[in-house]
Structures are given as C-alpha cells and as structure tokens.
Design a protein around this ligand. Sequence first.
Ligand code: ATP
Ligand code: MG
Length: 211
Amino acid sequence: MKLTLRHATKRFDDKILFKQCSFTIPSGSFVAIKGKSGAGKSTLLNCLALIEPLTSGQLLFDETDVTMLSWSKKSRLYRQDISFIVQDFGLMPNETVMENLIIALRYERLSAKKCKQRCLAVLCKVNLADTLLDEPIFRLSGGEQQRVAIARCLLRQPRLLFADEPINALDRDNAADIMRLLQAINASGCTVVLVTHDDTYDNCYDDVIYL
Ligand SMILES: Nc1ncnc2c1ncn2[C@@H]1O[C@H](COP(=O)(O)OP(=O)(O)OP(=O)(O)O)[C@@H](O)[C@H]1O
Ligand SMILES: [Mg+2]
C-alpha cells in the first residue's frame, strides 16, 4: 500500500510538531523516520497509522483520503491492513507468549488447534523455541519480547507495518535479527515504516524522512 502525506500539520495546543509536511512512501518500500528526541517522530508514525488524527492536511492510502473516513471505517482499515510495533513492545507482561500472540487472530474463526499451529509457525520464523509458548512475557529477555511482538505482526499479514524504535535498547546481534525479520516482511510486499535513532542500517532503507 502506498502512503501519501499532503500539507500535513500536527499541533498539540500551541506546540507545532510538523507543518505543511508532504511526502510519498511508495508501496512495498522500507522507510525510516529520524530526528532528535521530542521532534515528533512517534506522533508522525501514529498519524500515518491512523492512531492519531492530523491537525490539518491529507493522508492517502493508495488513492483514498483516509482523513475523511469515519472512525469505524478507519478502525476497520487498521484491523485489516495495519500492524504496529510500539516503543515498549505492547505486550501483556503477565500473560503467556501464546496469549499475546492469539490477539492477532481474534477476528479469524480458527479452532484452538489451528491457532496454536499458526503461533508455533511464527515463533519458528522469529527464531524462538516452541517451549516459550506457555512462558509469561516477563520471564523473556528484551530481545525475545521484541521477537514476540514481531511474531504477532507476522500473524496478521499486514499491508502496512509501523515500528517505533524496534531495535532501540537491543544488543547488536538481536538488532540485526530484528532488522532481518523486518526486511523479510518487507520483501513479502508489506510497506514498512520505522522510527529509529540508529544509523547502522541506513543502507537498508529506500528512503529516510527527517523531522
Ligand atoms: N498527546 C499529547 N499531548 C500533548 N503533547 C504531546 C502528546 N504526545 C506527544 N506530545 C509532545 O509532542 C512532542 C513530540 O513527541 P513524540 O513522542 O512524537 O517525539 P519523538 O520524536 O518520538 O521523541 P523520542 O525520540 O524521545 O521518542 C513531545 O514534546 C511530546 O511531549
Ligand atoms: Mg518516540
């Protein structure tokens, strides 16, 4: 899916985060958003992912102006097409890996057995052992938690994937793993937009947007 931002402005009270911002993220591309802390990167990502409204301007998904859609149409679009990895992973720490994963399957009518098979298949894709399925999240390392968050996105097969600092606070090996997974998701046709402070993977991006 292609994303187009036209003359977009976002303001919180009298604080302007971005003004008359325009760019296009082509379908199937891998784009990074960079800028100093507090510049508004997370807010921009939230706006692109329909979590936060723009103050003014247009956001188009392919040729559709999504700023004009009703709340229910936006939420349907979000459910169907968008996956979002939040800065702190967005997992429920006291629930098991399985319970965190099956949230992504809640709109599909699958048997318990089929759900478990799908969860095990994505765990394998992110290099996590089957035995972790019944483990509560709080017992996992930061890198493992991040991989569960990505596994959950994989279950959804989104057309748009947003990730807010997905490799922040990870060691080099874990960060490289996560980047490989995001590239694999991107290679399957999903448009990927991530926020990062890291310059290590600059050659992986089709474009970098600076705020
Ligand atoms: N809901 C809100 N209401 C008012 N101000 C907000 C709100 N959300 C964010 N802000 C402010 O907007 C500014 C940008 O926040 P944002 O989280 O988008 O920055 P960021 O670039 O992601 O920073 P970081 O790199 O530290 O994550 C901050 O000054 C923040 O306090
Ligand atoms: Mg942020």
